[in-house]
Design a protein around this ligand. Structure first.
Ligand code: ADP
Ligand code: MG
Length: 478
C-alpha cells in the first residue's frame, strides 16, 4: 500500500472592516433587523449604479504589501453570474483576471525552529451575498440582504499545505495578520472570517496534483482541522477500495462530523465572467502603495524577531506573545512598568492570565487584571514580599476586583515571613513534632527534607520564604 500525501489549498474570505459597503453607502454593522441595511444598490434594483468604496481597496493593498505581494497598478471588477435567491442582481461583483493583489507569500511556524513558506496566489475584492434564513420560518425561506454588498477579501493560497494542522497554522496566521493590520475584525461567529478548503491526496513522490474536492463554508479553526482530516481519510479509503475522487463541492456537517456532496464542481466558465461595465478599472499609483507601506504597523513577524533579539525571549514564547496584537500590547505595557522581569512576565501572561481569560471567555483587552496590576504583582514577587505561590492567590483576588497587589497583600496580611527568628521557631516546632522523620533524615534519607519543607510552609500558611526555610532547615537537621 502506498503512503499518501495530502495536498491542501485554502480560500479565505475575510470581511473588510469598512463602515459602509463596497459599492453603496449602506452600513455594514452586524446584527440589525433583517433588510434594514440594504439600499437600492444592495437590493439590485434596475438602473442603480455601484460606486466603489476606496477604503476597501486601501485595505486590500495593505494586506498585499504585508505579504510582499505584487500590487496591480490596474485591477478590474468582473461579474460572476449565477442565480440564487439571496443574490437579487443575478451576479456577484468580484475580480477575476485582474485581482488587486497578486502573488505573495507567508511564513508559518510549525514548531520551534521549523518554518515553512506558503505561497499566496492572489487576493481579490468582492461583495458578499445576502443570507437565506431557513430556520425561522415553517415551509418558507426568509431572505436577509443586510449582508449583501459587504466587502470581502478572498485570499487564495497555493496548494502548499500538507496536513490539516498546517492548514490551521496558516489560517491562524492570516487571521492574526488581518487583525494586526486592522482590516478585519476576525469575528468568526459573525462570519467575518470563513474558509473553503480544497483537498486532494496523491501517492507520496507523485509530482502531479490529483483531483480535489472543495469543502465549503467552514467557520472555525476546529472545524477546519476536523473537516480536512475527514476528507483526507475519505479520499484514501475511496481510492484504496478501487474508487476515484471526483471534483465536487462538499459540505462539512459539524454535528455528524462528516462531509457530504453538495454539487459537482463548477468551472470558471460556468459563471460567464465579464468585466462589469458599471465600474471603471481601479488604478493605483506607486505613491499610493508607498503611502500605505509607510502606514503599516509593526507586523507579527517583525515583532516576534524583536522579542527574540532584544528581549531575549524564547522563540516559542515570542511566537505566542505576538500571535495576537492585543496580547503583544498588553505584554509590552506591563514590561515597561516591570522592567527586567521579561521572562516572569511572559510566563504569567501565557500561563495564569491566559488561563483565566479562557475560563471567563474574555479578551485580553478586557482583562480585569490590567497590565499595571500584573506588573505590580510581579514586583512584589521579585522583591520577596510574597512567594510565587501566594502570588497566585493575589492574582485570583485581583481578578475578582479586590484591587491592586499591594492593597490585597495589605488587607489579607500576605507579607512573606523573612524574619529569621520567626522562621526558626516554625522549624523548631516541626522538628520537635516529627522525631521519626528526623531519624530517617539522619540515616541518610534526603527525601524527608521535602516533607519538612511542606510542613513548615503549611504552618506558615504559605508565607515563609522558601529559600530561607530550605537553608535554615538543613543547618538545623545537621
Ligand atoms: P477555483 O477557481 O475552482 O476555486 P482555483 O484553481 O482557483 O480553483 O483553486 C482554488 C484553491 O484550490 C486554491 O487554494 C488552490 O491552491 C487549491 N487547489 C487547486 N488544485 C488543488 C489540488 N489538486 N489539491 C488541493 N488543492 C488544490
Ligand atoms: Mg473556489
Amino acid at each position: 500500500m502506498p503512503a499518501w500525501e495530502s495536498v491542501i489549498g485554502l480560500e479565505i474570505h475575510a470581511q473588510l472592516a469598512t463602515s459602509s459597503k463596497i459599492f453603496s453607502g449602506a452600513s455594514t454593522a452586524y446584527g440589525s433587523e433583517p433588510n434594514t441595511q440594504a439600499c437600492a444598490v444592495d437590493l439590485g434594483f434596475p438602473g442603480v449604479l455601484p460606486v466603489l468604496n476606496g477604503e476597501a481597496v486601501n485595505m486590500a493593498i495593505k494586506f498585499g504589501v504585508a505579504i510582499g505581494a505584487e500590487i496591480a497598478r490596474q485591477s478590474v471588477f468582473a461579474r460572476k453570474n449565477y442565480f440564487y435567491p439571496d443574490l437579487p442582481k443575478g451576479y456577484q461583483i468580484s475580480q477575476f483576471e485582474l485581482p488587486v493583489v497578486g502573488k505573495g507569500s507567508l511564513e508559518i511556524t510549525l514548531e520551534e525552529g521549523v518554518n515553512k513558506t506558503i505561497g499566496i496566489t492572489r487576493a481579490h475584492l468582492e461583495e458578499d451575498a445576502g443570507k437565506s434564513l431557513h430556520e425561522e420560518f415553517v415551509d418558507q425561506t426568509g431572505i436577509d440582504l443586510n449582508r449583501a454588498g459587504t466587502p470581502l477579501l478572498e485570499i487564495v493560497s497555493e496548494p502548499d499545505l500538507r496536513s490539516a494542522r498546517e492548514a490551521v497554522v496558516y489560517a491562524r496566521k492570516i487571521h492574526s495578520l488581518l487583525r494586526y493590520l486592522e482590516i478585519c475584525d476576525g469575528n468568526m461567529q459573525e462570519g467575518s472570517f470563513r474558509f473553503d478548503a480544497n483537498v486532494s491526496v496523491r501517492p507520496a513522490g507523485q509530482k502531479e496534483l490529483s483531483t480535489r474536492a472543495e469543502l465549503k463554508n467552514i467557520n472555525s479553526f476546529r472545524f477546519l482541522e476536523r473537516a480536512i482530516k475527514h476528507e483526507i481519510e475519505r479520499q484514501i479509503d475511496l481510492i484504496e477500495d478501487g474508487g476515484t475522487v471526483v471534483q465536487e463541492t462538499r459540505l462539512y456537517d459539524a454535528d455528524k462530523d462528516e462531509t457530504r456532496s453538495m454539487r459537482s464542481k463548477e468551472e470558471a466558465n460556468d459563471y460567464r465572467y465579464f468585466p462589469d461595465p458599471d465600474l471603471l478599472p481601479v488604478t493605483v499609483s506607486e505613491e499610493d502603495i508607498e503611502a500605505i507601506r509607510a502606514s503599516l504597523p509593526e507586523l507579527p513577524d517583525e515583532k516576534r524577531r524583536r522579542f527574540i533579539d532584544t528581549l531575549a525571549l524564547s522563540e516559542y514564547n515570542a511566537e505566542l506573545l505576538t500571535s495576537n496584537r492585543d496580547t503583544a500590547n498588553y505584554f509590552e505595557q506591563a514590561l515597561k512598568l516591570a522592567p527586567g522581569l521579561t521572562n516572569q512576565l511572559a510566563n504569567w501572561v501565557l500561563g495564569d492570565l491566559s488561563g483565566a481569560l479562557k475560563r471567563s471567555e474574555a479578551e485580553i483587552q478586557d482583562s480585569p487584571v490590567t497590565p499595571e496590576m500584573l506588573a505590580g504583582l510581579l514586583q512584589r514577587i521579585a522583591d520577596n514580599t510574597i512567594s510565587g505561590k501566594i502570588a497566585k492567590e493575589v492574582f485570583e483576588a485581583m481578578w475578582q476586583g479586590e484591587g491592586s497587589a499591594d492593597a490585597i497583600i495589605g488587607t489579607r496580611g500576605l507579607n512573606q515571613i523573612t524574619d529569621s527568628n520567626a522562621i526558626e521557631s516554625l522549624i523548631d516546632e516541626v522538628i520537635a513534632n516529627n522525631p521519626d522523620q528526623v531519624e530517617q533524615f539522619r540515616a541518610g534519607k534526603e527525601k524527608v527534607l521535602g516533607f519538612f519543607v511542606g510542613q513548615i510552609m503549611k504552618q506558615s500558611k504559605g508565607k515563609a520564604n522558601p529559600t530561607q526555610v530550605n537553608q535554615m532547615l538543613r543547618e538545623k537537621l545537621k
